[in-house]
Design a protein around this ligand. Structure first.
Ligand SMILES: [Zn+2]
Length: 124
């Protein structure tokens, strides 16, 4: 269980689950093929839809709480929509790579790998 928390923490800062030093993303969301520090391969690790779903769940709850508090005050509908739209887009943009880092690292520690079609030794 100790290792899971360590790997989750490394995913939150988008670092390699094995060494914690190398970055797991090359850009915004693209996974590096292997860690530049320790050489661990990420070629057949994906997070699929888990990261976007977790992002929607997290940001959606924050936005609902925010809307609930804002409608109690005196704010026009247009201002409310504008503020919530800016908040949701910003929060989702920040949260998505963090969630993807966590799910990639959880897949790594769980041993969940996808078949690599370019590998001739691997049967699909
Ligand atoms: Zn590494």
């Amino acid at each position: 269980m100790q290792h899971y928390w360590l790997v989750i923490k490394r995913g939150l800062i988008r670092r390699c689950p094995k060494c914690g030093k190398g970055h797991i993303f090359n850009g915004y969301l693209r996974l590096v093929p292997e860690c530049l520090e320790c050489g661990e391969s990420f070629r057949n690790i994906r997070s699929d839809d888990a990261a976007p779903w977790a992002t929607v769940l997290f940001v959606g709850h924050l936005a609902a709480w925010m809307i609930g508090n804002m409608v109690k005050g005196d704010i026009s509908a247009m201002n409310l929509i504008l503020i919530v739209l800016i908040f949701v887009l910003s929060a989702a943009g920040i949260t998505l790579p963090i969630m993807k880092g966590v799910f990639v690292n959880l897949n790594w520690i769980s041993g969940l790998r996808y078949a690599d079609p370019s590998d001739p030794n691997e049967q699909i």
